[in-house]
Design a protein around this ligand. Sequence first.
Ligand code: UDX
Ligand code: ADP
Length: 472
Amino acid sequence: MPVKVSKICCIGAGYVGGPTCAVIALKCPHITVTIVDLNQSRVDAWNSPDFALPIYEPGLVDVVRQARGRNLFFSTDVDKGIEEADLIFVSVNTPTKKSGVGAGFAADLNYVELATRRIATVANSSKIVVEKSTVPCRTAESMRTILEANSKPNCRFDILSNPEFLAEGTAITDLFKPDRVLIGSLETREGVEACQSLAEVYANWVPQDRILTVGLWSSELSKLAANAMLAQRISSINALSAICEATGANIDEVAHAIGYDSRIGPKFLKASVGFGGSCFQKDILNLVYLSESLHLPEVAAYWRQVVEMNEYQKRRFSKRVVDTLFNTITGKRIAVLGFAFKADTGDTRESAAITLIKDFQSERAFVNIYDPQVEEEQIWNDLSEASPLIPIESIKKQVTICHSAIEACKNAEAVVIATEWKEFLEIDWEEVYKGMNKPAFVFDGRLLVDAEKLTKIGFKVTTIGRPSAVAA
Ligand code: UDX
Ligand code: ADP
């Protein structure tokens, strides 16, 4: 008989574990959900009386407000969370390895392994252990080996893979109405029963026909495959944007035209300064590493190109800024609007803005940065990590963090839009123009602003996927 889940523990209160399990708590008032994390300040923020949560996600505060203290709890007591739960989500970070075998490609599974070992040590009763973090194929098998080698008598561990497909910025709507929930299990009787237990949890709000059950390995690979295909779409449209800039075609029109083909569809065709986020690059590099390990070099090269195209797109954009500003930006002030990897999130992982600013720094420009959500400390951390050889004091001489778009643009030669925050649409551009040095340039890396309107004000506007106004 499948276990009826009444207590869930989620290890990892990050961008995935936090929102996912908060929504489970909201939708399943009969289940007690405890989200545990080793990071005290993160947990404190989740518990803060004024709901100053550690991550910014539209709609999240509302969910936490309704469920926290009722059946949703945040704690640093990882062991207690594990002990009490009958189902445990492992939702810890899996960054790309920085050293050792597979450095730069393979996922660092250290956090997954530590969490798994903790489950094995602490559990005194049977558990369903659910791999939620995006991991390379066959991680579940390693988890199973660790758990089985360390389990106590009468303690069964069933492993499931349940990758999360939410996108940041729309996490809550994605979780409320997911395109699908994917659960992978072993095809044994116990595996299938564990799968049913988890499916029952989701069935509290997700229609049955959207809950897909597959084998463990298919589930793990599907997550990598979905992200690789999505990222490939962006690299494809970005590759086309380079052709548009060189020929006079308009990438927005091209995307619109091809998106009408129902086989292609209109979504995820927005050319940009390059994709960021914690998943796309990491997952593709994972796929590259997997392909190489499987002796499939052509497959590895194919996927690697998606990441290389993304790097090219960022470099190409920085170069376009320099070229347009009369081939030098040394000593010039550039306002970068947006630092997050996309709008509606405070997350900066792999954000294109970081690369652009690093390029501007190495050209010895001054950079003003404004982002509505990213914390100042995070920006300094990211910039120092991007240039490990430059002391932070030197970075701070070149870079200023501003508190509004208007302030960032003051006395600048150029504005670079790096994130598609809606508020950049509502800026008083006339006011911005007045405060800038002339000629005043705008570089729209997000196809956000109305180029014609800005041109009328007096700006020289350069847009991704359109030929340069100056050159035209
Ligand atoms: C992605 C997947 O969408 C999600 O299913 C998975 O669970 C995690 O990875 P996320 O990285 O949060 O989600 O955001 P997403 O909306 O996919 O955007 C990723 C990057 O691509 C962002 O930098 C975004 O600006 C960029 N992007 C997206 C484009 O440049 N053009 C587009 O058309 C869409
Ligand atoms: P994601 O975007 O995948 O959610 P994050 O980095 O935002 O990744 O969150 C992962 C969280 O997991 C972090 O807050 C980290 O402190 C936590 N974590 C990592 N290892 C453990 C562990 N062994 N036990 C508890 N929490 C952990």
